[in-house]
Write a protein that binds this ligand. Structure first.
Ligand SMILES: [Zn+2]
Length: 244
């Protein structure tokens, strides 16, 4: 293939833009800001689960407190009834003794229930404190996640702008070049990642490998408008003033 040496040199500009676009795409795939968002999401999920657990604990204990309250009320009602009977004067001496015994039993029972109620209420209070703590942790984690998302979207937005600009520049450069030359360049780039490299210090700019004597002799002997290819990587070897 033959191509005007100026056009060949402009391939280097195309290669530079393509390299920058490839770096942007790599960056997009490996963003630490995206990893940070994933980590923040995991943290938020962990705190959400903790809040659910704490809330369940508060409601379970709340129910237990209510149940004990009800039991205490039942005992009190029974005590009131027994006292009412004793005060009525309508019961026998035997019944008076029985009722008196029952009142002792009921008082003991109420004491046990009230102690238990107090203990459960304390646990309920502690669970509420725990819930408030977990909720605060969740709020903090959600704020951190929102910040991480904002940072990631900022970087992605910058990459969008960069890719759009370099893409437009690439279109402009490619438009001015011979179609067959760009076609070959694109084909080589699709194969190995780099379509063209500058020959500097006896090295191919695409694969960075040194050319041997005979290859360098062939390159030197080639006409300026010959499209020379690297024997190692196949890329178009562009000769500039730095190649001498
Ligand atoms: Zn090469």
């Amino acid at each position: 293939m033959k191509a005007d040496p100026t056009a060949q040199r402009r391939l280097l500009e195309l290669a530079g833009l393509d390299a920058e676009l490839a770096r942007a795409q790599y960056r997009r795939r490996t963003l630490p800001e995206a990893t940070a968002v994933e980590e923040a999401e995991t943290t938020v999920q962990g705190h959400r689960d903790a809040v659910v657990r704490a809330r369940t604990s508060v409601s379970d204990l709340g129910r237990e407190v209510a149940k004990l309250e009800q039991e205490v009320t039942q005992v009190r009602t029974r005590e009131d009834r027994d006292r009412g009977l004793m005060d009525s004067g309508s019961v026998s001496a035997k019944q008076m003794t029985d009722l008196s015994h029952e009142l002792d039993t009921l008082a003991r029972r109420r004491g046990v229930l009230e102690d238990e109620q107090l203990e459960v209420m304390e646990r309920h209070d502690a669970a509420e404190t725990d819930l408030a703590h977990e909720q605060a942790e969740l709020d903090r984690a959600e704020t951190a996640l929102a910040d991480a998302v904002e940072r990631r979207d900022g970087v992605l937005g910058d990459l969008d702008v960069l890719e759009e600009r370099r893409g437009a520049e690439r279109t402009e450069v490619a438009k001015d070049l011979p179609a067959d030359l760009v076609g070959l360049y694109d084909q080589l780039r699709a194969r190995s990642g780099t379509g063209a490299g500058e020959l500097v210090g006896g090295r191919c700019g695409a694969c960075r490998l040194e050319m041997d004597r005979s290859e360098l002799r062939d390159v030197a002997a080639a006409a300026p408008d010959d499209v020379v290819r690297c024997e190692q990587c196949g890329a178009i070897v562009v000769r500039t003033e730095k190649s001498k």
